[in-house]
Every structure is written in C-alpha cells, then in structure tokens.
Design a protein around this ligand. Structure first.
Ligand SMILES: [Ca+2]
Length: 101
C-alpha cells in the first residue's frame, strides 16, 4: 500500500494481511482450516481471546464463526471475529470512560 496511509488504513491492512498469512498456501483455497485458525488465534490474539488454549472453547469459537459449515474459516467469517473483538473492546473502553467521569 502507498506510504502516507492513515493509522486506520494501516490497521485495516494489518488485519487483512494477517488473514492471508495463515490462510494462503499454494494450491489451496484462501480459507483457514481448523489447525491454521487455532495457530492464528493463539499466536495473534492471545490477549483478547484468553481462552484459546482451552480446546473445547476454541472448537466452540470455530463452530460459531463457521457460518457455511465447511469447517474452514473464510475471510468473511474471520471478519466476523474481528467485529466481535472490536465490539468487546469498544464496550470495555466505554466502561473505562464512565469510570473516569
Ligand atoms: Ca466456513
């Protein structure tokens, strides 16, 4: 991407690139299988998804995101997770602001 991107544009680029780091391998579709998804959440989201070491919780998360039931996480399904995390962070930030008032 061109230099001089805004902070927001850079943040979106990071989120998009992160998906393809884990999903894209030669000769396969651009989706994360269960193993790739678990690797991604444990390596990249350990502070926002603290229960990823728990196999049952991780399986539940995959199941809840896998809207088309193909047992893989597509970009759209990944984006749902990002949205849920962003919503959770937004609520936490709103509560912190209220506590300060
Ligand atoms: Ca899917």
């Amino acid at each position: 991407m061109a230099s001089g991107c805004s902070e927001l544009e850079s943040a979106i680029e990071v989120l998009v690139r992160n998906f393809y780091v884990y999903a894209k391998r030669k000769g396969k579709d651009d989706k994360m299988n269960k193993k790739e998804f678990l690797k991604m959440v444990t390596q990249e989201m350990q502070h926002v998804l603290t229960n990823t070491q728990n196999k049952e919780a991780a399986n539940k998360l995959i199941h809840s995101l896998d809207a088309d039931g193909d047992e893989k996480i597509s970009f759209d399904e990944y984006w749902t997770l990002i949205g849920e995390i962003a919503k959770k962070l937004s609520l936490q930030m709103a509560m912190q602001c209220q506590e300060r008032q």
